[in-house]
Design a protein around this ligand. Structure first.
Ligand SMILES: [Zn+2]
Length: 307
Protein backbone atom coordinates (compact mmCIF):
# COMPACT_ATOMS: atom_id res chain seq x y z
CA UNK A 1 0.00 0.00 0.00
CA UNK A 2 1.16 3.53 -0.75
CA UNK A 3 0.36 6.86 0.86
CA UNK A 4 1.22 10.12 -0.89
CA UNK A 5 2.64 12.47 1.75
CA UNK A 6 2.25 16.21 1.75
CA UNK A 7 3.78 18.64 4.25
CA UNK A 8 2.02 21.97 4.73
CA UNK A 9 4.10 24.80 6.16
CA UNK A 10 1.92 27.67 7.34
CA UNK A 11 4.06 29.76 9.69
CA UNK A 12 7.48 31.22 10.54
CA UNK A 13 7.82 28.86 13.50
CA UNK A 14 6.75 25.83 11.47
CA UNK A 15 9.36 26.68 8.82
CA UNK A 16 12.16 27.39 11.29
CA UNK A 17 11.67 24.41 13.62
CA UNK A 18 9.23 21.99 12.00
CA UNK A 19 10.74 21.75 8.52
CA UNK A 20 14.27 20.73 9.65
CA UNK A 21 12.77 18.19 12.09
CA UNK A 22 10.57 16.68 9.37
CA UNK A 23 13.47 16.58 6.91
CA UNK A 24 15.50 14.62 9.48
CA UNK A 25 12.77 12.12 10.29
CA UNK A 26 11.92 11.62 6.61
CA UNK A 27 15.63 11.06 5.83
CA UNK A 28 15.74 8.41 8.59
CA UNK A 29 12.92 6.59 6.81
CA UNK A 30 14.27 7.31 3.28
CA UNK A 31 11.04 9.12 2.34
CA UNK A 32 10.71 11.88 -0.25
CA UNK A 33 7.54 13.92 0.24
CA UNK A 34 6.00 17.08 -1.20
CA UNK A 35 6.37 20.31 0.82
CA UNK A 36 4.06 23.26 0.33
CA UNK A 37 5.67 26.45 1.64
CA UNK A 38 4.20 29.75 2.79
CA UNK A 39 6.84 32.37 1.99
CA UNK A 40 5.26 35.79 2.60
CA UNK A 41 4.34 37.53 5.88
CA UNK A 42 3.31 35.29 8.77
CA UNK A 43 0.05 36.79 10.03
CA UNK A 44 -1.33 33.48 11.24
CA UNK A 45 -1.79 34.79 14.77
CA UNK A 46 -4.56 36.95 13.35
CA UNK A 47 -6.11 33.89 11.78
CA UNK A 48 -6.12 31.91 15.02
CA UNK A 49 -7.59 34.75 17.11
CA UNK A 50 -10.17 35.31 14.39
CA UNK A 51 -11.38 31.79 15.05
CA UNK A 52 -11.97 32.47 18.73
CA UNK A 53 -15.64 31.69 18.68
CA UNK A 54 -16.90 29.78 21.73
CA UNK A 55 -16.71 26.31 20.14
CA UNK A 56 -13.22 26.87 18.86
CA UNK A 57 -12.14 28.32 22.20
CA UNK A 58 -13.30 25.21 24.06
CA UNK A 59 -11.46 23.05 21.57
CA UNK A 60 -8.38 25.20 21.89
CA UNK A 61 -8.35 24.76 25.63
CA UNK A 62 -8.88 21.03 25.32
CA UNK A 63 -6.05 20.71 22.87
CA UNK A 64 -3.76 23.15 24.61
CA UNK A 65 -3.58 25.36 21.52
CA UNK A 66 -0.69 27.36 22.91
CA UNK A 67 1.45 24.26 23.20
CA UNK A 68 0.30 23.09 19.78
CA UNK A 69 0.87 26.35 17.99
CA UNK A 70 3.20 28.18 20.38
CA UNK A 71 2.48 31.61 21.87
CA UNK A 72 4.61 33.27 19.23
CA UNK A 73 2.30 31.90 16.51
CA UNK A 74 -0.81 33.03 18.38
CA UNK A 75 0.46 36.60 18.47
CA UNK A 76 2.16 36.63 15.06
CA UNK A 77 0.84 39.51 13.00
CA UNK A 78 -1.55 40.71 15.69
CA UNK A 79 0.30 43.59 17.35
CA UNK A 80 3.15 43.95 14.92
CA UNK A 81 3.50 43.04 11.22
CA UNK A 82 4.39 39.41 10.64
CA UNK A 83 7.92 38.60 9.40
CA UNK A 84 8.34 37.63 5.73
CA UNK A 85 9.13 33.94 6.07
CA UNK A 86 10.99 33.51 2.78
CA UNK A 87 13.26 36.46 3.49
CA UNK A 88 14.29 35.29 6.95
CA UNK A 89 14.30 31.50 6.52
CA UNK A 90 15.38 30.97 2.90
CA UNK A 91 18.19 28.50 3.84
CA UNK A 92 15.70 26.21 5.62
CA UNK A 93 13.41 26.08 2.57
CA UNK A 94 16.37 25.60 0.21
CA UNK A 95 17.70 22.73 2.35
CA UNK A 96 14.35 20.91 2.14
CA UNK A 97 14.33 21.33 -1.64
CA UNK A 98 17.99 20.24 -1.92
CA UNK A 99 17.18 17.16 0.19
CA UNK A 100 15.02 15.98 -2.71
CA UNK A 101 11.56 16.83 -1.44
CA UNK A 102 9.21 18.09 -4.11
CA UNK A 103 8.72 21.81 -3.56
CA UNK A 104 5.33 23.49 -3.99
CA UNK A 105 3.73 26.85 -3.29
CA UNK A 106 1.27 27.01 -0.40
CA UNK A 107 0.85 30.74 0.10
CA UNK A 108 2.25 34.21 0.02
CA UNK A 109 0.11 35.32 3.00
CA UNK A 110 -1.70 32.23 4.35
CA UNK A 111 -3.93 34.29 6.65
CA UNK A 112 -4.95 36.80 3.97
CA UNK A 113 -5.88 34.03 1.54
CA UNK A 114 -8.04 32.19 4.08
CA UNK A 115 -9.72 35.37 5.29
CA UNK A 116 -10.34 37.06 1.93
CA UNK A 117 -10.64 34.39 -0.75
CA UNK A 118 -14.37 34.98 -1.25
CA UNK A 119 -13.70 38.68 -1.97
CA UNK A 120 -10.61 38.21 -4.15
CA UNK A 121 -10.94 38.73 -7.92
CA UNK A 122 -8.63 37.24 -10.55
CA UNK A 123 -6.15 40.10 -10.20
CA UNK A 124 -5.89 39.68 -6.43
CA UNK A 125 -5.49 35.90 -6.68
CA UNK A 126 -2.83 36.31 -9.39
CA UNK A 127 -0.92 38.82 -7.29
CA UNK A 128 -0.76 36.43 -4.28
CA UNK A 129 0.32 33.54 -6.51
CA UNK A 130 2.93 35.66 -8.34
CA UNK A 131 4.54 36.94 -5.13
CA UNK A 132 4.78 33.42 -3.69
CA UNK A 133 5.93 31.87 -6.96
CA UNK A 134 8.70 34.43 -7.45
CA UNK A 135 9.96 34.20 -3.87
CA UNK A 136 10.02 30.40 -3.89
CA UNK A 137 11.76 30.33 -7.29
CA UNK A 138 14.41 32.72 -5.97
CA UNK A 139 14.95 30.63 -2.83
CA UNK A 140 15.21 27.16 -4.38
CA UNK A 141 16.66 28.18 -7.75
CA UNK A 142 13.81 26.59 -9.71
CA UNK A 143 10.08 27.25 -10.06
CA UNK A 144 7.76 25.37 -7.67
CA UNK A 145 6.32 22.36 -9.50
CA UNK A 146 2.93 22.40 -7.81
CA UNK A 147 0.67 24.40 -5.51
CA UNK A 148 -1.89 23.94 -2.72
CA UNK A 149 -4.45 26.59 -1.70
CA UNK A 150 -4.23 27.57 2.01
CA UNK A 151 -6.92 25.90 4.12
CA UNK A 152 -8.25 24.11 1.01
CA UNK A 153 -9.91 27.42 0.07
CA UNK A 154 -10.15 27.18 -3.69
CA UNK A 155 -12.69 28.30 -6.27
CA UNK A 156 -13.04 28.56 -10.06
CA UNK A 157 -11.19 31.92 -10.14
CA UNK A 158 -8.21 30.30 -8.41
CA UNK A 159 -8.27 27.27 -10.72
CA UNK A 160 -8.21 29.52 -13.79
CA UNK A 161 -5.48 31.85 -12.46
CA UNK A 162 -3.23 28.87 -11.68
CA UNK A 163 -3.17 28.02 -15.41
CA UNK A 164 -0.87 31.06 -15.87
CA UNK A 165 1.79 29.25 -13.84
CA UNK A 166 3.89 26.20 -14.71
CA UNK A 167 2.33 23.96 -12.05
CA UNK A 168 2.34 20.30 -13.10
CA UNK A 169 -0.58 19.73 -10.73
CA UNK A 170 -2.39 21.33 -7.79
CA UNK A 171 -3.67 19.93 -4.51
CA UNK A 172 -6.41 22.40 -3.60
CA UNK A 173 -9.20 20.21 -2.28
CA UNK A 174 -10.35 17.28 -0.20
CA UNK A 175 -11.81 14.03 -1.43
CA UNK A 176 -10.47 10.99 -3.18
CA UNK A 177 -8.94 10.38 -6.57
CA UNK A 178 -6.90 12.49 -8.97
CA UNK A 179 -9.05 14.46 -11.42
CA UNK A 180 -9.02 17.28 -13.94
CA UNK A 181 -11.42 20.01 -12.82
CA UNK A 182 -14.30 21.08 -15.01
CA UNK A 183 -14.95 24.83 -14.95
CA UNK A 184 -17.85 26.21 -17.01
CA UNK A 185 -17.91 22.91 -18.89
CA UNK A 186 -14.23 23.16 -19.82
CA UNK A 187 -11.69 20.57 -18.62
CA UNK A 188 -8.65 22.33 -17.16
CA UNK A 189 -5.23 20.80 -17.95
CA UNK A 190 -3.72 20.94 -14.44
CA UNK A 191 -4.75 17.81 -12.46
CA UNK A 192 -5.96 18.03 -8.89
CA UNK A 193 -4.66 15.67 -6.20
CA UNK A 194 -7.24 15.82 -3.38
CA UNK A 195 -6.27 15.08 0.22
CA UNK A 196 -8.20 11.96 1.21
CA UNK A 197 -7.17 11.47 4.86
CA UNK A 198 -8.01 13.77 7.81
CA UNK A 199 -5.44 15.99 9.51
CA UNK A 200 -4.40 15.68 13.16
CA UNK A 201 -6.30 18.78 14.30
CA UNK A 202 -9.48 17.61 12.58
CA UNK A 203 -9.81 14.30 14.42
CA UNK A 204 -7.94 14.41 17.74
CA UNK A 205 -10.32 15.26 20.59
CA UNK A 206 -13.38 13.95 18.71
CA UNK A 207 -15.09 10.55 18.70
CA UNK A 208 -12.62 8.99 21.11
CA UNK A 209 -9.56 9.78 19.00
CA UNK A 210 -6.58 10.81 21.12
CA UNK A 211 -2.80 10.99 20.78
CA UNK A 212 -2.74 7.35 21.92
CA UNK A 213 -4.81 5.92 19.06
CA UNK A 214 -4.43 8.60 16.35
CA UNK A 215 -1.72 6.77 14.38
CA UNK A 216 -3.68 3.52 14.23
CA UNK A 217 -6.84 5.41 13.32
CA UNK A 218 -5.28 7.18 10.33
CA UNK A 219 -3.61 3.98 9.11
CA UNK A 220 -6.98 2.19 9.38
CA UNK A 221 -8.47 4.76 6.98
CA UNK A 222 -5.87 4.12 4.27
CA UNK A 223 -6.74 1.31 1.88
CA UNK A 224 -4.69 -0.61 -0.69
CA UNK A 225 -7.13 0.19 -3.50
CA UNK A 226 -7.67 3.86 -2.50
CA UNK A 227 -5.92 7.07 -3.56
CA UNK A 228 -4.39 7.73 -0.12
CA UNK A 229 -3.13 11.29 0.34
CA UNK A 230 -2.10 12.52 3.79
CA UNK A 231 -1.29 16.08 4.92
CA UNK A 232 0.95 16.69 7.91
CA UNK A 233 1.75 20.17 9.22
CA UNK A 234 5.25 21.43 10.00
CA UNK A 235 3.71 23.17 13.04
CA UNK A 236 2.24 19.91 14.37
CA UNK A 237 3.99 16.73 13.18
CA UNK A 238 7.25 18.69 12.85
CA UNK A 239 7.22 20.09 16.40
CA UNK A 240 4.72 19.07 19.12
CA UNK A 241 3.77 15.72 17.57
CA UNK A 242 7.23 14.90 16.18
CA UNK A 243 7.66 11.75 18.30
CA UNK A 244 4.20 10.55 17.36
CA UNK A 245 4.92 11.09 13.67
CA UNK A 246 8.14 9.08 13.88
CA UNK A 247 6.08 6.25 15.45
CA UNK A 248 3.55 6.64 12.67
CA UNK A 249 6.21 6.08 10.02
CA UNK A 250 7.68 3.11 11.91
CA UNK A 251 4.25 1.45 12.29
CA UNK A 252 3.48 2.09 8.62
CA UNK A 253 6.81 0.53 7.59
CA UNK A 254 6.04 -2.60 9.65
CA UNK A 255 2.72 -2.87 7.81
CA UNK A 256 4.49 -2.63 4.45
CA UNK A 257 3.14 0.84 3.67
CA UNK A 258 5.42 3.11 1.66
CA UNK A 259 5.27 6.89 1.29
CA UNK A 260 5.73 8.79 -1.95
CA UNK A 261 5.57 12.42 -3.09
CA UNK A 262 2.41 13.72 -4.74
CA UNK A 263 4.31 14.06 -8.03
CA UNK A 264 5.29 10.38 -7.88
CA UNK A 265 1.69 9.49 -7.01
CA UNK A 266 0.45 11.38 -10.08
CA UNK A 267 3.07 9.73 -12.31
CA UNK A 268 1.69 6.31 -11.30
CA UNK A 269 -1.87 7.20 -12.38
CA UNK A 270 -2.63 5.62 -15.76
CA UNK A 271 -5.70 7.74 -16.46
CA UNK A 272 -7.27 10.83 -14.95
CA UNK A 273 -11.02 11.38 -14.78
CA UNK A 274 -12.90 14.65 -14.90
CA UNK A 275 -14.83 16.04 -11.96
CA UNK A 276 -16.01 19.33 -10.58
CA UNK A 277 -14.98 21.03 -7.38
CA UNK A 278 -17.59 22.10 -4.86
CA UNK A 279 -17.47 23.50 -1.32
CA UNK A 280 -18.45 21.61 1.81
CA UNK A 281 -18.04 21.68 5.55
CA UNK A 282 -16.07 18.75 6.92
CA UNK A 283 -15.91 17.47 10.51
CA UNK A 284 -13.34 19.17 12.73
CA UNK A 285 -12.61 22.13 10.44
CA UNK A 286 -13.99 25.66 10.61
CA UNK A 287 -15.83 26.94 7.52
CA UNK A 288 -15.95 25.48 4.04
CA UNK A 289 -13.29 23.60 2.14
CA UNK A 290 -13.11 22.79 -1.57
CA UNK A 291 -14.03 19.17 -2.25
CA UNK A 292 -13.99 16.89 -5.24
CA UNK A 293 -17.51 16.14 -6.42
CA UNK A 294 -18.62 14.01 -9.32
CA UNK A 295 -19.88 15.20 -12.68
CA UNK A 296 -23.10 17.09 -13.43
CA UNK A 297 -25.85 14.66 -14.42
CA UNK A 298 -28.39 15.26 -17.19
CA UNK A 299 -30.75 17.01 -14.75
CA UNK A 300 -28.00 19.39 -13.64
CA UNK A 301 -27.39 17.76 -10.24
CA UNK A 302 -23.95 16.61 -9.18
CA UNK A 303 -23.32 12.88 -9.05
CA UNK A 304 -21.67 12.82 -5.61
CA UNK A 305 -20.36 9.29 -5.64
CA UNK A 306 -18.43 9.37 -8.87
CA UNK A 307 -14.82 8.56 -8.11
ZN1 LIG B 1 -1.88 25.66 5.40
Amino acid sequence: MKIALRIDVDTFRGTKLGVPNLCNVLADHSIKATSFFSVGPDNMGRHLWGLLRPVFFRRMLRRRAASLYGWDILFRGTFWPGPVIGRRLAPVIRAASDAGHECGLHAWDHHAWQARIDRMDGQAVRSELEKGFEMLTKITGRPPVCSASPGWKCNDIVLKEKLRFSFAYNSDCRGEGVFRPLVDGEELPQPQIPVSLPTYDEVVGRNGISDENYNDYVLSLAAADAANVLTVHAECEGIVCAGMFDDFLKTAARKGISFISLGQFLAEKPQIKRAIMTRREIPGREGWVACRAGLPTANGRIEEREK
